[in-house]
Design a protein around this ligand. Structure first.
Ligand SMILES: *Cc1c(COP(=O)(O)O)cnc(C)c1O
Length: 354
């Protein structure tokens, strides 16, 4: 197996002359800035946002580098992980020709992004217990397969993939393997970022949307070889991360202990929820989780979902999703929120059973 990034890349992207922003050409901080048509008098807001932000988020990457133990030049920051997913498709997959492999049931954005970009989707379902089927996955690869998306811990099932299966796929595939670790902070699993130096065809995604509690800011990370990161930087919108977001997160990263406390609280609440659901009549099955949600099989998922909505408790109905028959996906909430869910769901399931 030989991974050739230049062969994987769409030819016109290799040739592309990227947009050169004013802030690319002169990177000094001091000076009279008359190069970007900005407003010299300030902003309409009380905070100052009149200057374009750092297109490559250097300060933020340095801090993320320290926390994640990945060199800054191997980090890409996107406007949510969703931006990274889309850029990967556009960099490597020729519309109408190339394909990606996804492993249902899994995160919906891989499919949506492929559809938007007119990229064929090959599906290799997970096993009944939501594990990877590495042989079937590698057999599904053809000459136009460019990316395999693995989500671990997986959304919506919550379980983590077996490490040796992931390695088998990375080692057996000439294209790019994306390991989406959006939920890694809730798991006891080491990150695949530790494996980047061994595998030039590996890209790991993480996000600030879950454990860090910053979903509204839209901030996703991709970790990969310097060469892959350069490609993403080349094709991204120049100022994809706002100055407000860069500043806010830079400051917040000084105190990562708060993140750890919130994760601990979520894990405690996850146990609480698990305990209550285990005892509940009408709950058929709770799938093992390494994430901040539970996939729960109940006696009548659609009706339970509607009843919960009527009580203004909103969960995710996954019952139409493959291998998730009669399943609700329930995010772990605060104690009060979990109690609301427990009370409403147990009421519905008891009445439904009788
Ligand atoms: C929530 C989630 C993300 C995060 O996406 P953002 O765009 O960074 O908010 C990524 N992957 C999976 C599997 C998710 O569930």
């Amino acid at each position: 197996m030989a991974f050739d990034l230049n062969k994987l890349l769409r030819p016109h992207i290799a040739q592309l002359k990227p947009y050169s922003s004013a802030r690319d050409e002169y990177t000094g901080k001091e000076g009279v800035f008359l190069d970007a048509n900005e407003n010299p008098f300030g902003s309409i807001t009380s905070g100052s946002y009149n200057r374009y932000p750092d297109p490559y988020q250097h300060a933020l990457k340095e801090k993320i580098s320290t926390i994640k133990q990945v060199p800054a030049e191997q980090i890409f920051i996107g406007n949510g992980s969703d931006e990274a997913i889309d850029l990967l498709m556009r960099a490597f997959c020729r519309p109408g020709k190339d394909n990606i492999i996804i492993l249902p049931p899994t995160y919906g954005m891989y499919e949506v992004s492929a559809d938007i970009n007119d990229i064929t989707i090959n599906r290799v379902n997970l096993s009944e217990d939501f594990q990877l089927r590495p042989n079937a996955i590698l057999e599904a690869v053809n000459e136009n397969t460019k990316i395999i998306f693995i989500c671990s811990p997986n959304n919506p099932s919550g379980n983590k993939a077996k490490r040796q299966d992931i390695f088998k796929i990375i080692e057996g595939f000439d294209g790019l393997v994306v390991v989406d670790e959006a939920y890694i902070d809730f798991s006891d699993e080491p990150s695949f970022t530790n494996e980047l130096s061994n595998y030039p065809n590996l890209l790991v995604m993480q996000t600030f949307s879950k454990a860090w509690g910053l979903a509204a800011l839209r901030l996703g990370m991709a970790f990969a070889s310097v060469e892959i990161i350069k490609i993403l930087n080349k094709i991204k919108p120049p100022y994809n991360i706002s100055g407000l977001t860069q500043e806010t997160v830079l400051e917040a990263l000084d105190d990562t202990s708060k993140m750890q406390r919130m994760v601990n609280d979520i894990l405690e609440e996850r146990d609480y929820l698990l305990g209550a659901l285990t005892k509940m009549e009408g709950v058929q099955r709770i799938h093992p989780t390494h994430a901040n949600f539970l996939l729960v099989e109940v006696s009548a998922a659609k009706e339970a979902y509607d009843y919960l909505i009527g009580n203004r408790v909103i969960v995710r109905d996954r019952s139409k999703v493959i291998l998730c028959d009669q399943c609700l996906r329930i995010s772990v909430g605060t104690r009060e929120e979990n109690d609301r869910l427990i009370q409403a769901l147990s009421h519905f399931l008891t009445v439904n059973a009788n």
